[in-house]
Design a binder for this molecule. Structure first.
Ligand SMILES: Cc1cc2nc3c(=O)[nH]c(=O)nc-3n(C[C@H](O)[C@H](O)[C@H](O)COP(=O)(O)OP(=O)(O)OC[C@H]3O[C@@H](n4cnc5c(N)ncnc54)[C@H](O)[C@@H]3O)c2cc1C
Length: 441
């Protein structure tokens, strides 16, 4: 056993196991560094992923490594924190044990920060055929897929075949859908026009579909209307008040009976919490999240806490839980750290109160919207504000520099430069995140 491991193992503190190193989990381990706890982070990935910029990896603006940060770099200076890469498969809250694909892990305090996954609302065929955007590997799949579509369009026998390759349908007009649609529209105007000169760029169509009657339904009406105008100016077709019934990989069918041909459908219409077997008692029916009290402890399950996207706390105006966004995850994690320190000193826990700092979404160059209380800003100021906030929120100086350099280059070159098909996308043959685990030897 190495000296560092022996020192870690011999720490005379209660053991906190954190499942998931996303926004919430990472905040917990950073906060507990140096605290009287022995902390173990478990994640199926070996890196933190900055999800708000995933769409820029998917649309070839940023490289994958610029939005990912290895957990080992983060914990290297933290003597009381260790990391194990594994997939957590269940929890036994009575025996205080976590089951993983690498064996069992005991805990004194368990923190579940497993985030959320794409919600296809039970539509299995859609899940098989549509693209989704929750991880870096999925972002790289989307990147390969749209580039492959461009290349395939050059081989299409007729105009109809070409249009099929170049018809992109984004389902869900929340921030992710809006950002994806805007980014694809920029690619049509720049890359497709200038570098695929044999293709008629007008044949590339981008559809943004939502069952609501406006885009960004959780934003103010002003911001929503502004975003809608930006998208239309960029040539994105809005199909609002429309519901997708099915997609077979070639044809999208709407509940109205209308059909549309497309090789690429991106599903961005909802998320659901990643729940672990064994904690069903705290699951909130239909919400796909764990019900938690004001200190984020699972209802009825002592010493188990849930944070972020997977937690549902009824607090003040947030009767149906806080929004599934990074600030909610981070704020909950910050209070839990404080509360665990209070607990170590025998003091009672403090209740959580969410500070809503507003919402922002970007559509394209100089086109973004920001809602902060009663203030609604659009255009260049919102666009610069969006970039600043996202740059500062990234983990690691190297990532910030890399993203800044990527944006600066795109700004001067007007191009999405990382247009590489490294690992061609083969539909239904993608290695799922679950399969990417550490092999046994
Ligand atoms: C495309 C996209 C864009 C977004 N844009 C924004 C934005 O602009 N602003 C904003 O505030 N929010 C945005 N969000 C939402 C935001 O990313 C989430 O709210 C936030 O990541 C939630 O943090 P979390 O810690 O709860 O979970 P996550 O950050 O999702 O972290 C979960 C972690 O748990 C790990 N994990 C899951 N299951 C297991 C398991 N069984 N075993 C081991 N490890 C596991 C995962 O690998 C991951 O590391 C966006 C999300 C997406 C997908």
């Amino acid at each position: 056993m190495s000296k560092a491991r022996a020192e870690y193992e011999s720490l005379p503190y209660p053991k906190v196991v954190v499942v998931g190193g996303g926004f919430a989990g990472l905040q917990v381990i950073k906060g507990l560094s140096g605290a009287p706890y022995k902390v173990l982070l478990l994640d199926k990935q070996n890196h933190h992923c900055f999800q708000p910029l995933l769409y820029q990896v998917a649309t070839a603006s940023l490289s994958a490594d610029s939005i990912a940060h290895p957990f080992r770099t983060t914990i290297a200076p933290m003597a009381n924190v260790a990391f194990r890469m594994c997939t957590v498969q269940g929890v036994d809250p009575v025996g205080k044990v976590v089951h993983t694909d690498r064996g069992e892990v005991e805990y004194d305090i368990l923190v579940i920060a497993t985030g959320s996954t794409t919600n296809f609302f039970g539509n299995e065929r859609m899940e098989q055929e549509a693209m989704q955007l929750k991880s870096i590997s999925q972002a790289l799949d989307i990147r390969s897929d749209f580039l492959q579509d461009f290349e395939a369009a050059l081989y299409a026998q007729d105009e109809a075949g070409q249009r099929r390759c170049l018809n992109f349908i984004v389902v869900g007009a929340g921030p992710t859908g809006v950002e994806m649609a805007g980014s694809l529209a920029e690619i049509r105007r720049t890359v497709l026009k200038n570098e695929y000169r044999e293709l008629n760029s007008d044949r590339m169509q981008i559809w943004l579909v939502d069952s609501n009657d406006r885009v960004l339904k959780n934003f103010s009406e002003q911001s929503s209307a502004k975003a809608q105008r930006y998208l239309q100016d960029m040539g994105v077709h809005l199909k609002l008040g429309a519901r997708v019934a099915s997609y077979d990989g070639e044809v999208v069918t709407f509940t109205s009976g209308e059909v549309m041909e497309s090789h690429t459908v991106l599903w961005a219409a909802g998320v659901k919490g990643v729940l672990l077997p064994g904690l069903e008692a705290a699951e909130v029916p239909k919400a796909n999240r764990y019900g938690v009290d004001r200190s984020n402890q699972l209802n009825g399950i002592p010493d188990v806490f849930a944070l972020g996207d997977v937690a549902l706390m009824n607090e003040g105006a947030w009767e149906r839980g806080h929004p599934q966004v990074a600030p909610a995850a981070i704020q909950q994690a910050q209070l839990l750290v404080k509360n665990l320190q209070r607990r170590a000193n025998g003091r009672p826990m403090l209740p959580f109160t969410y500070k809503d700092k507003g919402s922002m979404a970007t559509i394209g160059r100089y086109k973004a919207v920001v809602d902060a209380g009663n203030i609604h800003v659009g255009g260049m100021i919102a666009w610069l504000g969006w970039m600043f906030v996202h740059l500062m929120a990234l983990v690691g100086y190297r990532n910030r520099l890399q993203v800044l350099a990527g944006w600066a280059w795109k700004y001067v070159s007007w191009k999405n430069t990382i247009r590489l098909i490294i690992r061609p996308y083969v539909r239904n043959a993608t290695v799922t995140e679950q399969e990417v685990s550490v092999p046994s030897h």
